[in-house]
Ligand binder design. Structure first.
Ligand SMILES: [Zn+2]
Length: 464
């Protein structure tokens, strides 16, 4: 029995050593795979996602690896498939990141030339039989070094502080990405007009901006940009400044108003002044941003003929009871507690007078607002909208398309209004503008209709 037992013990020792041997190999493979020596993580190539390139502008390429970078290569081919660039760099100091600018082939590059780049990077890993991990990316670029060409064809002669103007222009580029008009603060979207490459843009010099720098900014896909300064005469204009003295009873009115609006408990304010400020500033700005948003959600579509606008005249025989641009300063106990701009025109006629639409348009907002009360916003064309507030009764529905002469609604005193009247606003791409201009047939003819017609004539002449 003992011998048999001894024999067995010998066999189990050998088995133990065989087990140890394999365990050691498994552990070695395991640790090698866990260490960076054989890591299989790919290096990264970071580059801009573009298809057009002005070689005068640097195109940054970043190679990155968690371990370290050993080498990279950049090869480029032209449109015919000939190799025009072949660079290979070995990086000795084992960095985790290498930043370069995309190299340019040493030949004269034609405008529109197509280059095909093959970029690859290898790390210091011993994986893949000690050759490292290689990442490869391809890049197709069209050479574009010419900036867009901008030319104004027709425009309003002047713009008044708070008012509007129209510009018809041309923006030419093989790879035009986008065109905007900037007044120095706000941007306006031009509408394609008559033919491809031509635009019409209705712009504003909002009362909140002290300066006006009319500039057309055209950018192509290679990020070449042209900033064209539009020659337009700037006219200053003084607006009324009113000082309104508040009394305790005004705060009681505000209290009732806030109860109606229902957004915040009027008892939650420390005093009458803060209650007043909340209504005059916060509720006002909430209302205005609803009007801005609705009026600024129009679609940009090609306009293929000169548009004609009629003068706005929403209330027959209406009397002006509050002017546009009035800077209102509210005083309580000798202290200025709140300020606001009156961005519309107040017109009053008989009680519940019909409000007439002067230019065809679509109902884009019909809502009970806080301070503005029941309000309608109509979208006309070319980014132009009009707004009607304090309405007693709507006579149209959201989304309706209405003809000029339609009865939109009836005047009233909803919202914060003292007496039945219409608060009327004209909006250019989300900015309230001077109403006097849009109620004046001669101003509309000289600044809008004629400019569109003159622009059309020049465009059609250039197309021949
Ligand atoms: Zn008003």
């Amino acid at each position: 029995m003992g011998r048999v037992r001894g024999y067995r013990r010998k066999r189990s020792y050998r088995g133990f050593f065989i087990f140890l041997f394999f365990a050691a190999i498994i552990a070695l493979v395991y640790f090698a795979s866990k260490s960076d020596i054989f890591e299989q993580r790919m290096p990264e190539i970071q580059m801009p996602d573009v298809s057009y390139w002005n070689p005068k502008r640097e195109m940054p390429i970043v190679f990155r690896d968690e371990n370290s970078i050993k080498e990279y290569s950049i090869i480029a081919f032209d449109h015919s498939g000939s190799k025009v660039l072949d660079i290979k760099e070995v990086v000795l100091d084992k960095p985790k990141e290498v930043k370069i600018n995309l190299p340019i082939p040493k030949l004269k590059l034609q405008e529109g030339e197509r280059l095909h780049y093959v970029i690859s990077v290898t790390d210091w890993s011993n994986a893949n039989f000690f050759s490292g991990n290689t990442q490869k990316k391809e890049l197709n670029l069209v050479i574009d070094s010419i900036a867009p060409k901008v030319d104004v064809l027709a425009s309003s002669f002047a713009i008044t502080y708070g008012g509007s103007a129209l510009i018809v222009f041309k923006a030419e580029d093989e790879n035009l990405k986008n065109v905007v008009f900037s007044n120095g603060v706000d941007e306006f979207k031009p509408f394609p007009y008559i033919a491809k490459g031509y635009y019409a843009v209705l712009v504003a010099w909002p009362i909140k901006n002290t300066s006006f720098s009319p500039t057309i900014i055209a950018t192509d896909y290679a990020n070449n940009q042209t900033k064209y300064r539009v020659a337009i005469v700037k006219r200053t204009k003084g607006y009324r400044k009113s000082t309104l003295k508040l009394q305790e009873k005004n705060f009681d009115q505000v209290h009732k108003m806030l109860l109606q609006i229902g957004k915040r408990d009027p008892n939650s304010f420390a005093n009458g002044e803060s209650k007043f400020k909340y209504l005059n500033e916060e509720i006002r700005s909430e209302d205005e941003s609803e009007i801005y948003q609705a009026s600024n959600s129009f679609q940009i579509q090609m306009i293929d003929h000169p548009l004609v606008f009629e003068r706005f005249y929403p209330l027959k025989g209406g009397q002006v009871v509050g002017s546009f641009g009035d800077a209102r300063h509210y005083i309580y106990k000798e202290q200025n507690i709140s300020n606001s701009f009156h961005l519309g025109l107040d017109v009053a006629s008989t009680k519940h007078a019909p409000i007439l639409l002067s230019n065809a348009g679509k109902v884009i907002l019909e809502k009970k607002l806080g301070l503005y009360g029941n309000t309608i916003v109509m979208y006309h064309a070319l980014g132009l909208a009009s707004s009607y507030s304090h309405i007693s009764k709507f006579n149209s529905k959201l989304g309706d398309f209405l003809q000029s002469g339609s009865i939109l609604a009836y005047t009233g005193s909803t919202g914060w209004a003292f007496g039945d009247h219409l608060h009327f606003g004209i909006i250019v791409q989300g900015h309230f503008v001077r109403i006097a201009e849009w109620m004046d047939s001669r101003w509309i003819k000289n600044n809008i209709t004629n400019v569109l017609q003159k622009g059309e004539k020049i465009i059609k002449g250039q197309m021949k």
